[in-house]
Design a protein around this ligand. Structure first.
Ligand code: UDP
Length: 499
């Protein structure tokens, strides 16, 4: 009976899962993981997010508010080794890197975090680790504790499968244009659209190979995607990788319900302009405004900004354009200030400098489409809002995501980008001209041309709402995952007891 009562105590204790989340220090990785962590807390998990000080500031408001609602969630901060790698104080995120050299230092600082985070994980003795794909060493941390590590990949199943089969069959080594092998659809790509590190072996090649290796050594993977959006590829992923995976997306829509939460998500900046752009949007007709953003990392050259500005202006459709202060150069700023003035006078466009409250904007009824660089988070956020897209991929797996939108889901119009290149390695020449930009905008925002695409986008928007409601597939996946983690916890305690 002692064994029985200990079993009972264990069972009660097992209901309380302690899970550590370790997000990578870039918005495209951190936003979805923090949202996922908050989601877990909502369903009863005791959550600890480990990050550095400056990064914690970008989401602390949301954590504090969750905590005051009674959820068990907290942030544990470790110092970023800024001085050691020669970075100014407070520069702790990939999005703050303004040169290749700075990005190198940021990468170095991030890899040094292992020395701080690993012992902390061992100290906290969690029941499970949810860590970014770029922290492969956490497989060993989990093994030491005898707990599962969930590999967090913050992009699509489609891109994951496409990358997997290209790495496996290397079609690009014998031809410059080919159909991606192994996929259920005929997807044609050119070698230039593949990730730079796949085309030519470099440091990133090694880093990512280690990450992919850690994927198969993990207990399972977690995807911010949902069954109704890419079920063929969810299935393909499971059958080829041979590991468990759970789709629990879209997480941004699941946890950020109120306007204030949407507005504050993922940044600490004061959005002084907020009421101004909101008034501007409020004055526009439903679905008449195009939102133009290239994510958190891309920086545009002066020449490219000029083409975008004219392309948008010439399209005759209203738009919001998000521009980083460091985009372009001095000339770029002079040009943009003039452009901004002209748009104010014509009332056709609005520029948001630096950081836009994207979640809030995308859900405004006046927004009718988006120009996206095909970062997965922006895609899912647009899908949730039921919006069709103009696709303008820049780097990494974004060209695969474009194929998913244009060829499989048929909710995207490609602008015509042809070469996969990170901003820091792009030259001064524009890659897409104003005519092509204007043409894509007219095709997307013109009622007749995009009717069918709009209908499909709306349908995916509806699906994305249902999937996270009770009984929906992402909802069920999350419940099953939490149950499984609890059973694993019980088995571990039983093992200890009978050992
Ligand atoms: N984001 C934002 N405001 C901006 C730029 C980006 O809120 O001005 C958010 C966006 O909503 C998304 C994330 O930052 O959640 C960017 O991730 P994504 O995968 O779209 O692209 P990445 O920045 O990783 O290239």
């Amino acid at each position: 009976s002692t064994l029985f009562s200990s079993k009972l105590a264990m069972k009660t204790e097992a209901q309380q899962l302690n899970i550590i989340f370790v997000p990578y220090l870039a918005p495209g990785h951190m936003n979805p993981m923090v949202d996922t962590a908050r989601l877990f807390a909502r369903y009863g998990v005791n959550v600890t997010i480990i990050t550095t000080h400056a990064n914690a500031l970008t989401f602390q408001k949301a954590i504090d508010s969750d905590f005051s609602c009674g959820y068990h969630i907290r942030t544990q901060v470790v110092p970023f080794p800024a001085a050691q790698v020669g970075l100014p104080d407070g520069v702790e995120n990939i999005k703050d890197g303004t040169s290749l050299k700075m990005l190198g230092k940021l990468g170095q600082g991030i890899s040094m975090l292992e020395g701080q985070i690993e012992p902390l994980i061992q100290d906290l003795k969690p029941d499970c680790l949810v860590t970014d794909m770029l922290y492969p060493w956490t497989v060993d941390s989990a093994a030491k504790l005898g707990i599962p590590r969930l590999y967090y990949y913050s992009s699509s199943y489609f891109s994951s499968c496409a990358g997997y089969f290209i790495r496996k069959h290397k079609p690009h080594e014998s031809t410059h244009k080919f159909s991606i092998p192994g996929l259920p659809h005929n997807i044609e790509v050119t070698t230039l659209q593949l990730e730079e590190w796949l085309r030519t072996k470099n440091e990133t090649t090694d880093t990512l190979n280690v990450a992919y290796e850690s994927e198969t050594k993990s207990y399972a993977t977690l995807y911010n995607s949902f069954h109704e959006l890419e079920s063929d590829y969810e299935q393909l992923y499971k059958s080829t990788l041979g590991i468990k995976c759970w789709s629990v997306g879209p997480v941004s829509a699941w946890v950020n319900k109120g306007d204030e939460e949407k507005a504050n998500r993922g940044h600490k900046e004061d959005l002084a302009q907020e009421s101004e752009w909101l008034n501007w949007l409020n004055s526009k007709q439903n679905e008449s405004v195009l939102y133009v953003s290239f994510g958190s990392l891309t920086r545009l050259s002066y020449a490219q900004i000029v083409e975008i500005a004219y392309g948008l202006e010439n399209s005759g459709h209203d738009f919001i354009l998000v521009i980083r202060k460091k985009d372009g150069d001095e000339d770029g700023h002079g040009f943009l200030q003039e452009f901004e003035q002209r748009m104010k006078e014509s009332n056709n466009g609005y520029i948001i400098w630096n950081w836009a409250p994207q979640l809030l904007i995308l859900n405004h009824p006046a927004i009718g489409g988006i120009v996206t660089h095909c970062g997965w988070n922006s895609i899912l956020e647009s899908v949730s809002a039921g919006l069709p897209m103009i696709t303008w991929p820049m780097f990494a797996e974004q060209f695969y995501n474009e194929k998913l939108l244009a060829d499989v889901l048929k909710i995207g119009v490609p602008v015509g980008a042809t070469e996969n290149k990170f901003w820091a390695t792009v030259g001064e020449d524009p890659v897409v001209g104003r005519e092509e930009i204007a043409k894509a905008v007219v095709q997307l925002m013109g009622r007749e041309e995009s009717k069918e695409m709009r209908r499909r986008a709306r349908k995916f928007g509806d699906d994305s709402k249902k999937t996270i409601e009770e009984g929906g597939s992402s909802y069920n996946n999350l419940m099953q995952l939490l149950d499984e983690l609890k059973s694993l916890k019980i088995s571990r305690s039983l093992e200890k007891l009978t050992r």
